[in-house]
Design a protein around this ligand. Sequence first.
Ligand code: FMN
Length: 330
Amino acid sequence: MDITTNYLGMKLNSPVIAGSSGLTDSVDKIEALARHGAGAVVLKSIFEEEILFQFEDVLKDAEKDGVDLDQFDYFDFHLKGKKINHYIKLIQAAKQAVDIPVIASINCVSSHEWTAFADRLQDAGADALELNMFFLPSDFQRTSMEQEKAYFKVIDKVLAAVSIPVALKISYYFSSLGPMIQRLSKTGIKGLVLFNRFFSPDFDIDKMTVKPSFVFSSPAELAMSLRWIAIMANKVDCDLAASTGVHDGPALIKQLLAGARSVQTVSSLYRKGPTHIETMLDNLKTWMKTHDYHCLDDFRGQLSQEVTTNPAAYERVQFMRYFEGEKDLT
Ligand SMILES: Cc1cc2nc3c(=O)[nH]c(=O)nc-3n(C[C@H](O)[C@H](O)[C@H](O)COP(=O)(O)O)c2cc1C
């Protein structure tokens, strides 16, 4: 049975990618993920702030954009430089240790000259680059158009700097999500990861304080990316990878049926360890055997909006008809 998939122009042994997180920040962890069937790994992101301040000449640009330089002292500067070198070494060592693609990840919020650093990741041997981009739309001075423009600016700069494939990991906070995903897919990037999941606040009502909410996703969170992978599957010019809420074999199968070329999983691996990838892949193979499928393309996208017999299901957003039979919901 063939469970290989093509993602970002690369052939992966399996469609399960270990997503960017602390699970991919060391060679030992990456080796374990590869051993248990990960098709690729996305390294823990290096953050724009960590890159930006390595280069003195870009400090001036950053200052112009309102970054307060006084808050960074020599020690910050020194530590950041060390962190970047550590990241480069991680890529080099991971590439030596495993045969699967190693995707470097940058968390970025601007198109500052940090983009010149992208080629150092490429030189270190990264097979691809995933840009994790997000601006919380709470800046009341910034229109949605300005917000969107920033994405295209970063993509242009990064694509000019590297020749390895570039993927973009986004959130669903866009005023017109479908058209935005489509436009992004036409920029020359090779993949879109739908969607990132963020650190969110919660309240402690006894201490009357704000605290972090759940760090890990729940399986129910699959719904958002499943809908959008299915809607966009045949409307984009790049690969789609599903992220958030992919916890088990059935969720993996659903995302492939929606049209994903790969899935990324993180919370499930934090909870169950790298061997869980094998379980997911075993589930996939058993299901494929039952349905007499020999490769992923035999069924990929079969429930995408354009292919399914019930495309309206993806447009339905209100619970109207459930009010009639509420007792059936339990
Ligand atoms: C502890 C932790 C650290 C993470 N760090 C990163 C990161 O550095 N870069 C990134 O793009 N996503 C990061 N993520 C988000 C994950 O890559 C993923 O998008 C998110 O957890 C949703 O997938 P899941 O439902 O499989 O957990 C992190 C998630 C967790 C739980």
